[in-house]
Ligand binder design. Structure first.
Ligand SMILES: C[S@@+](CC[C@H](N)C(=O)[O-])C[C@H]1O[C@@H](n2cnc3c(N)ncnc32)[C@H](O)[C@@H]1O
Length: 784
């Protein structure tokens, strides 16, 4: 994107049918048009060669007999959108040991209202068949044959438990099976589901796939298939997917030849010089076009593996990389690559061309591949870098997925770049325990390497500009006695400071797609955090811990205030989820200004301690886990319903669970939804003494309920009964008031405001509540 399109900027396309009514080809528009044209040629050519592997389904009278919704299609040949499979394993029950029973995470096919569909397994004496039904599914369909998280199932024939160990052992020893469960077809503005139709052709001639017999890394965090007997990249494709993808991969080379011939016919000179040798003629142009076509094949690979699954609502294919990992998918969805839906090469070409077309191309760019720890630029530069985030993503291990396919298509163009059979991994600056022999060694490797890389930047940065470093890593909620800190941040900041850089600020910059999967994951931020650094002054001196804390006290409250307030034309408020990261900036600005902050015993303060001291300024850390959950949920959803899955992720990140929060009585959870109760819904016959799990959130909202229904005296009884949580409840009310005010939730804000302003009165009334009588006070409340 930086280097290649500018070489061909402003050039018209070479395809004989290319058209542009204005005859002006700005930027990379000509190249984009060629990628579109030759991409279409590849798809048409592939259809001629392998189109028969994707037969349509003819709807018969027999099929429509039990399915009135199919009557309109009788006699029609419907295009298949996807084949939905189920992994199978031999039943552990000796009576059914010959039956391959399905491992299915759900039998629901569509949960869209009015369009519900599900698979109903029909069990016979020695086997079963799958039948697709429409209409409201029975409750049991939701869980498929799964019994618990991970790979725990039950035998469809006998209900015998199928544990994870059994599945792994079976996979390793005999391989797991696969069986067709349903077929999704293209209807009249709908996608009906059909019972399995064995129209999948039997493939006998297979392409050479030696290039895919490369092992995935056997690291549980990112790769599950090896645990179940799928160790190599070749193992996560169906035979048909392998045929399809190798066909397209072959066509990249054929397209390159065609582009070159057409380019010469169109008058482009040929210097016989490829891209790697700096060519700009027909050979290089053909290589450029084929490079982008190879990217399209890679994108297509993402939607054509047995790690793809079927999304229920909206119903469509979910690609391999929903997040940066290769999970085990029990019910894979196989796309029809000629259905003009997800998985179709044409779609991949379009999405790439859209980008090429609108590239600005302000000038010639250069891209070099270098190890950051050995970076040599030759002159002072402006650095803006996006380094790996500690142990978040296994880039090199995961890149192999794409690399093996790219290498097959592009090695003739870039022999040096694709010299190795897999992606080089040793220099990768990621704290990967499996590569470095344990967690601690991985941390040391990351720290030493990152410090070296940062030193290179500090040495070669232009003094007029700050070094900006993206670090989208969340400070985890790993609490210790002394407070919150995070190894990922701590190690990284250590590296930056060791390299002689001072941190001047941490700016959250909105850069992430809100809907991406990882955005809903625990360690995802709403923004990227940019560390703004400059080389530290020589002889910066030292300060004591006490002086450091004093400076923090002077600076951080104001900084927090500024961050959480919008500033017209300057910045919008920092999103709550980013605040923990954003506060590091002004705190670390003080810490990293000096050569050291000295502890009372003269030893230099660690970055970890500094982070803990800084994090104390975030009041949220003082609340219990259930309250933190409620607070964040309220920020996102107010009193509205939200998705259960989202609540689970949030609860986990706060160190609690949805079930746990539900047990406190502050939320309603069920049917895939979660909702916070309003104070009006809280039970009046509640008693703090019998409440075994009482988060500050509940105490405050009980207080508001009592205050609004019984005035000072009612609230005083609650306050007296929850005395240990009084200060936290007041802080929470304050925080909620500010939050509601900023979010224009006037009515909610009023309730918190009233309780905060009436606090002194409630407190004095609570002081008069006689202690011994507390035992009976609440007994009457419900009746009042
Ligand atoms: C956070 S990602 C950058 C992502 C990039 N901004 C993007 O949008 O695609 C960090 C990158 O650092 C690369 N990396 C890891 N170790 C490296 C090293 N020693 N030298 C240079 N790059 C390295 C990883 O391969 C990864 O691509």
């Amino acid at each position: 994107m930086i280097e290649i399109p500018p070489k061909f900027a402003g050039r018209p396309p070479v395809h004989p049918d290319a058209k542009n009514p204005l005859a002006v080809w700005k930027g990379a528009a000509g190249l984009a048009e060629d990628v579109r044209r030759y991409g279409k040629w590849m798809r048409d050519e592939a259809f001629k060669r392998i189109g028969h592997l994707y037969p349509p389904v003819e709807v018969t009278k027999a099929m429509a007999k039990a399915r009135p919704d199919l009557e309109q299609y009788v006699g029609d040949k419907l295009t298949v959108i996807a084949w939905l499979w189920a992994r199978t394993v031999k039943s552990p029950n000796p009576a059914y040991s010959r039956v391959d029973v399905p491992l299915v995470s759900t039998f629901i096919l569509s949960s869209r209202e009015g369009k519900e569909a599900y698979v109903q397994p029909v069990i016979h004496k020695d086997g079963y068949t799958f039948t697709v039904r429409v209409g409201k599914p029975p409750a049991a369909a939701r869980g498929g044959t799964k019994t618990a998280r991970g790979s725990n199932f039950r035998c469809l024939m006998s209900s015998a438990p199928i544990g994870a160990d059994y599945v792994m052992k079976s996979g390793m020893e005999h391989g797991l099976g696969i069986r067709l469960m349903a077929v999704v077809v293209e209807g009249n503005r709908e996608r009906p589901y059909l019972s399995p139709i064995e129209n999948v052709p039997n493939l006998t001639a297979m392409p050479d796939i030696a290039f895919l017999q490369q092992p995935m890394t056997n690291d549980r965090r990112w790769f599950s298939p090896p645990l179940y007997g799928f160790p190599n990249w070749a193992d996560i494709f169906t035979r048909r997917q392998l045929v399809a993808l190798t066909t397209f991969s072959d066509l990249v080379g054929e397209a390159r030849e065609k582009v070159k011939q057409d380019a010469m016919k169109a008058g482009m000179l040929d210097d016989n010089c490829g891209l790697e040798d700096g060519g700009t003629g027909a050979t290089a142009y053909a290589e450029a076009a084929s490079l982008y076509l190879a990217f399209c094949v890679d994108k297509m690979t993402d939607t054509n593996t047995t790690v793809c699954s079927w999304q229920l609502d909206p119903p469509r294919l979910r690609a391999t990389f929903g997040r940066q990992a290769i999970p085990m998918v029990w019910d894979p969805a196989e796309a029809n690559i000629f259905a003009d839906a997800a998985g179709d090469f044409g779609r991949c070409v379009l999405s790439l061309v859209e980008v090429l077309e609108c590239l600005g191309l302000p000038g010639i760019g250069r891209a070099n591949q270098q190890d950051a720890t050995a970076l040599v630029t030759g002159t002072l530069r402006v650095f803006s870098t996006d380094p790996p985030y500690y142990d978040n993503i296994g880039y090199a291990d995961l890149s192999d997925f794409f690399y093996v396919w790219l290498r097959r298509a592009l090695k003739p163009i870039y022999p040096a770049l694709f010299a190795t059979v897999a992606v080089p991994k040793a220099e990768e600056l990621v704290a990967t325990p499996h590569r470095h022999g344990g967690k601690e060694k991985a941390e040391s490797f990351f720290l030493a390497g990152m410090a070296q890389a940062m030193t290179r930047l500090a040495e070669q940065t232009h003094p007029a500009f700050p070094v900006t470093i993206y670090y989208a890593f969340k400070q985890s909620e790993s609490e210790s006695e002394k407070g919150t800190a995070s190894t990922g941040w701590e190690t990284f900041l250590n590296a930056v400071i060791r390299a002689g850089l001072g941190i001047n600020g941490t700016w959250p910059i909105r850069s992430e797609l809100a809907t991406r999967n990882v955005g809903r994951d625990t360690n995802a931020l709403a923004s990227s955090i940019i560390l703004v650094c400059r080389p530290r002054a020589v002889d910066a001196g030292t300060i004591s811990r006490r002086q450091f804390v004093r400076q923090l006290n002077e600076t951080l409250p104001l900084a927090l205030d500024a961050m959480t307030r919008a500033s017209e034309g300057l910045h919008s408020p920092v999103a709550p989820v980013d605040l923990s990261q954003a506060i590091i900036g002004p705190g670390m600005a003080i810490f990293s200004r000096y050569d050291a902050v000295l502890e009372a015993d003269g030893t230099p303060m660690t970055v970890k301690t500094a982070l803990q001291l800084i994090n104390r300024f975030l009041a949220e850390d003082d609340f219990d886990a259930d309250t933190q959950f409620c607070l964040h949920w309220f920020e996102q959803h107010g009193w509205e319903v939200g998705k259960f899955g989202e609540a689970t992720v949030l609860a986990r990140s706060k160190g609690t669970s949805v079930e746990g929060v539900k047990a406190t009585g502050v939320i309603e959870a069920g049917g895939g939804n979660v909702r916070l109760f309003k104070w009006k819904e809280y039970p009046a016959d509640w008693h703090p003494r019998t409440d075994v799990r009482l988060p500050v959130w509940e105490a405050l909202h009980q207080l508001i309920r009592a205050y609004n229904t019984h005035g000072d005296s009612g609230a005083a009884r609650v306050l007296a009964g929850t005395a240990g949580k009084a200060e936290a409840a007041r802080q929470l009310a304050y925080r909620l008031y500010t939050l509601c005010e900023r979010a224009n939730r006037a009515e909610d804000a009023r309730a918190y405001n009233e309780v905060v302003t009436g606090w002194t009165g409630i407190e004095s009334a609570a002081a008069k509540v006689p202690a011994p009588k507390q035992r009976t006070l609440f007994d009457h409340e419900g009746a009042e």
